[in-house]
Design a protein around this ligand. Structure first.
Ligand code: CUA
Length: 319
């Protein structure tokens, strides 16, 4: 099976080549005409061509033929990359189905798991060498999922489910972007896709499915402080307004209005790509989200410095 992105790239090259040949032909005709009929060579006023039927037919027919060829190639490519066409091919591994839900301005990813779903956000992991069918839905307005190296572009439309097939031939991190204007923070609705080797992917998925590991006492002397910070951080999270929007599985925090944070510490970025995921950025982000993503629905939560520090240590530990 050819990765969808490769099929699209091939089509792009073919159409580009056709356009290049046309460009050269038109420019050559232009230069030749300008030279051939330059003023110094004309003895009288320039003549006019009128009613030259063969020429008229030729420059009507040639574009029709070219567009027909491009149309056929394009329909072939659309068939090739559509999930239904690929699903008809029985060989190869079955496609993993993942629900991708667009929110202003972040992504929710839901992996099927015996009866339920494993929820994560903003960082989509997929296995290398296996097709992945995304079921695209929207929670609010129209978004569009686009990771150019893995597949074409597909809109997420409220009230319906669109499908998009991803295929990564090589392990690595692939960058993507919401590509339908969806409000003030549209630009900070980035997508990170991590393609893992199958065993690595299975490990990751299992980890994501697990609830958070409760803060456990570590051996003193320095361990005592870390334990205190973790326990305090969890207390701050679950007792503040954080928990009314976010879920951390294994704690009473079960909010559904923001990204699931059960394993937030393992992600590469914060705020759908707006910030790197390190302690300093995490602290700055929680202290004042509007400074980094103005218009984002996350409010500023007034916290003491000590509480904020503990919260940062705690969230960073959720791996
Ligand atoms: Cu979501 Cu643009």
């Amino acid at each position: 099976m050819r990765p969808p992105a490769e099929a699209i790239a091939s089509l792009g090259w073919v159409v580009g080549a056709i356009a290049f040949v046309i460009l050269i032909g038109v420019e050559a005709a232009l230069v030749w005409t300008a030279w051939r009929y330059r003023a110094s060579r004309l003895s009288g006023p320039p003549g006019q061509l009128e009613g030259m039927t063969r020429l008229e037919i030729a420059w009507t027919a040639i574009p029709i033929v070219i567009l027909a060829v491009v149309f056929v190639l394009m329909v072939g490519t659309m068939r090739e990359i559509s999930s239904s066409a690929v699903a008809a091919v029985t060989s190869g591994p079955a496609a993993l189905r993942v629900r991708a839900i667009g929110w202003q301005w972040w992504w929710e990813f839901r992996y099927p798991r015996d009866g339920g779903e494993t929820v994560t956000a903003n960082e989509l992991h997929i296995p290398v060498g296996a097709p992945v069918d995304l079921e695209l839905e929207s929670h609010d307005v129209i978004h569009s999922f686009w990771v150019p190296e893995l597949a074409g572009k597909m809109d997420l439309i409220p009230g319906r489910t669109n499908r998009l097939r991803l295929y990564a031939a090589h392990a690595g991190t692939y960058a993507g972007q919401c590509s339908e204007f969806c409000g003030v923070e549209h630009a900070w609705m980035r997508i990170t896709v991590v393609a893992d080797e199958p065993a690595e992917f299975a490990r990751w998925l299992e980890l994501q499915a697990a609830p958070r590991t409760p803060p456990a006492p570590v051996s003193p002397p320095s361990g005592e402080r870390i334990f205190t910070a973790l326990a305090q951080g969890e207390r701050v999270f679950t007792s503040s307004v954080c928990s009314s929007c976010h879920t951390i599985r294994g704690t009473p925090a079960a909010g559904l209005a923001g990204p699931d944070l059960t394993h937030v510490g393992a992600r590469r970025t914060l705020a759908a790509g707006a910030l790197a995921n390190d302690a300093a950025s995490l602290r700055a982000w929680i202290a004042d989200p509007q400074r980094y993503k103005p218009g984002a629905l996350m409010p500023r939560v007034p916290l003491s410095d000590a509480d904020l520090d503990a919260l940062v240590v705690y969230l960073g530990s959720l791996r």
